[in-house]
Design a protein around this ligand. Structure first.
Ligand code: FES
Length: 170
């Protein structure tokens, strides 16, 4: 084969030295490995943040949810002011609900006169047990894991938690 004009050899027919080939292969392996590591790190679950609530459950009525505010710093370093809905059953057991509607993360409220939660963003409604009653929410209210010991309640808020969007209207 003849060399292109201006070159004294044909680069396509010149063998690549073994050392250079090994360097190329090593760089490719490292690049794909670090790329995979970055990809896997992006998929890793974010550890929850434990928040102690400023409320003694002995002072709560049973069967009536109470909104308990809290502040935290999430895993991204963002300061969050939010709340959980805490519900005490007649047997004294507690349930904590994520304050964000499962449709589009708006803040919802308890409507005591109708004994249900309502989200004013798109009309979503939830029963006391979190089940969907009406509107577009695709699933029941999310529960937040909690521990209650000696009158102190702590909840495990998702590490990537962000505040709910404000509903339109009251
Ligand atoms: S965000 Fe609650 S109904 Fe849409």
């Amino acid at each position: 084969m003849t060399a292109p004009p201006g070159l004294d050899h044909d680069p396509l027919s010149t063998p690549i030295p073994r050392r250079r080939m090994l360097l190329f292969m090593g760089a490719a392996v490292l690049a794909s490995g670090s790329g995979l590591g970055v990809l896997l790190a992006g998929c890793a679950p974010v550890a929850p943040v434990t928040v102690t609530l400023q409320l003694n459950p002995s002072s709560m009525p049973s069967g009536m949810p109470v909104e308990v505010p809290f502040s935290m710093t999430n895993a991204s370093g963002v300061a969050v002011q939010s709340s959980v809905w805490l519900l005490k059953a007649t047997d004294g057991s507690l349930t904590a609900y994520d304050p964000r509607c499962t449709h589009a993360l708006c803040r919802y409220k308890w409507v005591a006169a109708e004994a249900k939660f309502r989200c004013n963003c798109h009309g979503g409604e939830f029963a006391l047990d979190g089940a969907v009653l009406a509107g577009p929410p695709p699933r029941p209210l999310n529960r937040v894991p909690l521990k209650a010991t000696g009158g102190v309640v702590a909840v495990d808020v998702p590490g990537d938690f962000v505040s709910p969007k404000e509903s339109l209207g009251a």
